[in-house]
Design a protein around this ligand. Sequence first.
Ligand SMILES: [Zn+2]
Length: 353
Amino acid sequence: MSCNYAEGLSKYENKGVLGVPEIFDTDELVEQKCEQLAGMMLASGHTVIHTGAGVSTSAGIPDFRGPKGVWTLEERGEKPSVNVAFEEAIPTKTHMALKALVAAGQVQYVVSQNIDGLHLRSGLARDYLSELHGNMFVETCIKCRRQYVRSSPAPTVGKKLTGNVCHGTGKNRSCRGGHLVDNILDWEHDLPENDLQLAFMHSAMAELNICLGTTLQIVPSGDLPLKNKKYGGKLVICNLQPTKHDKKADLKISTYVDTVLEKVCKRLGVEISPYRPEDDPTKHVPCSLEWGIPSGAVKKVDKLYDKMLKTKGKPLKHALGSVHADDKQELKQNCKKLKKDPVQDEMKKESSP
Ligand SMILES: [Zn+2]
């Protein structure tokens, strides 16, 4: 359950802005905005979706900072009343819509802050997904770094030993009994490097970044959707509460994300299939699907990213040199240094998982 996840994390004082009232656009305004969003998606050659806890609330998993969120209630000494077990939750209309939009070529990549594994369970392929804060249904080998999908959520959080051992085989890379840990980041953990690098490059290359169900308070995840701004990319935010970057959004839609996705898919002629357990890797027992991102996948996107920088990232007047050099440097600093940077640390104090 989401509470077990939250309780499993170490103590952390500043959890960001909590419990701000939700806003709802009128039905008429929602229609207009969804029409506009569908048009923006049709015009975009590279669309990246950024998901937060708000895409899973309709599956019965509470969010963190909403009026009934885990951290909001924690402040009052309460717990969410609706809270299903992770293995009992099923992917929402939004998760299934994103899988369909990727298949239809309308969405090129999904970046998620969620650890509930619902993107994986929707059947969305790993090639299209970065999971920045981990996944409940994945274990990682501390020796060879292989990742495995499991049929049930890990018993621990915070990268602790699960008691299982690695059976990885393969040319030059067999692993003799490396210990496995859960794949859930705690507050101070570094973000997974390949996931972050792919998320960073796709976000920068995006002609359109669309944020769904996140207040964008976490760093660096919450700042990635802005990475395309200097190359002329657009930002759309769909969230019930105000977010940290509303002022920078080209469009803000305030209603349920499931409603937005349903309307947009209809306008784009994309059919949303229902969840099918046979497409859910966690339902395949024994489940041993490898879930790591191969380094070749990062190199492939890096080439596209370089190409984009060459065409769009013309050296601009900037205190530290060209935009190109800045971005490349930031990317190379990787997750570890992003978090160690004092400015980022300062920002991180306003934020959380
Ligand atoms: Zn191993």
